[in-house]
Design a protein around this ligand. Structure first.
Ligand code: NAP
Length: 199
């Protein structure tokens, strides 16, 4: 699959490298495709990865991961142009009163937006193996096929996708996870995970 990562930092760099290692073709969309930082990232990511401008990456990807800081979201989605029918994975978080989910769905109206990966720290996405089980990735979105496609990309990373419904359901999940984080992170650091066991 052709995957674009707009954002080449902790989240975009980590997920892009892992998908490239699995055989997907990955393009990092960045403000400076020729920077030292991007050269090092491409060396690490191997032959399946390349870099381009944000617009080039948006045109390249069948699936586009949006992994920039909240303040840059509006600017990069404007620069990306029309994402007509493409799957846009929104892993961005905001730490103010606004909803990162609502903002992206408003700005990327023609994309098939799936909210995913935002409830896990990048360290867990880089190394998803635990002795006791598999970390859960909560997903939401209005387009079942798009959610299914992102769930498949999640499974390939060795993570467990659990679709929770629409934006309102996800907002409740985010609140619950935020509360758990505030309580558990001081005790266990950034690499603990939540897993939904089921039978
Ligand atoms: N870190 C985590 O564990 C974690 C977990 C869950 C969710 N998130 C969310 O994921 C998003 C990315 O976090 P991160 O930790 O990956 O951040 P990061 O390491 O700081 O990377 C952010 C990326 O955004 C791009 N960027 C920054 N300012 C930009 C601008 N004005 N215009 C265009 N691109 C810009 C940069 O790309 P270039 O410099 O290459 O252009 C950079 O690679 C955030 O919304 C964060 O809340 C992070």
């Amino acid at each position: 699959m052709k995957i674009a990562s707009i954002g080449s930092g902790n989240m975009g760099g980590t997920l892009g490298k892992r998908w490239a290692a699995l055989g997907h073709r990955v393009m990092f969309g960045t403000r400076n495709p020729h920077s030292e930082k991007i050269k090092l990232l491409l060396q690490d990511a191997g032959a399946n990865a390349q870099a381009g401008t944000i617009k080039e990456a948006a045109a390249f990807g069948e699936v586009i991961l949006l992994a920039v800081l909240p303040d840059a979201v509006e600017q990069v989605l404007t620069e990306a142009g029309d994402l007509d029918g493409k799957i846009l994975i929104n892993c961005t978080n905001r730490y103010d009163a606004k909803s990162a989910d609502a903002e992206v769905r408003r700005l990327a109206q023609h994309a098939r937006v799936v909210r995913a990966f935002h409830t896990l720290p990048w360290e867990v996405l880089a190394n998803s193996q635990y002795e006791a089980g598999v970390a859960t990735v909560f997903l939401s979105g209005d387009d079942p096929e798009a959610v299914e496609a992102v769930a498949a990309l999640t499974t390939q990373l060795g993570l467990d996708p659990v679709a929770v419904g629409g934006p309102d359901d996800m907002a409740k999940v985010e609140t619950a996870i935020g509360t758990m984080w505030r309580i558990l992170a001081p005790k266990f650091g950034r690499e603990f995970s939540l897993s939904v066991l089921r039978r």
